[in-house]
Design a protein around this ligand. Sequence first.
Ligand code: IMP
Length: 197
Amino acid sequence: MKFVLASHNRKKLAEMQEILGELGVEVVLQSDVGLDLEPEENGTTFAENAAIKAMAVMQASGLPAIADDSGLCVDALNGAPGVYSARYGGPGLDDVGRYRLLLENMRGQLDRRCRFVSAICCCFPNGDRVEARGECPGTLAYAPKGEDGFGYDPVFQPDGYACSMAELRPEEKNAISHRGNALKILKEELRNYYADK
Ligand code: IMP
């Protein structure tokens, strides 16, 4: 069974292949099947955006498609940046600019609770959908630490750890991350889906 990943990101491909490979699923990038889609992510939830991306790639390829949408939700900011995590502060900012803006917007705030969230959606050509959601709870640091990871990792301290997500090795991050958790749930959902067929 081949799944087309609605992304250009080879790191995501490797993460998904590692976990879904156990089900005999082969995951390929959309560019590997000749697609170059950038569907507009105009949903208001992670699940909606994941479904928009997976549906667009499934319709264009005629193959089962998989997509994820993720971000950081900060309790004291009513869940912001949330689905706007990649666009927080507008198009002029890079990852460092975005987490600096977030720290600035949280200046003086003692409630630092936050979570990474990942929603994953698989769309099948017969109209079926299999979905999963994963979270990784933590606190927002006061200053960045660490060189690994990407995005908001340097300012995110996962619960139970005394370091930032950017100080963890990739295997350690994958074992606790929102995407890792969503993928583990998805694997069980897909196992049930195929068992019912
Ligand atoms: P997307 O789901 O790939 O569009 O990612 C959305 C945005 O959320 C990214 O650009 C990052 O800013 C943030 N994000 C998602 N997952 C992570 C993560 O594992 N670490 C740090 N930032 C993340």
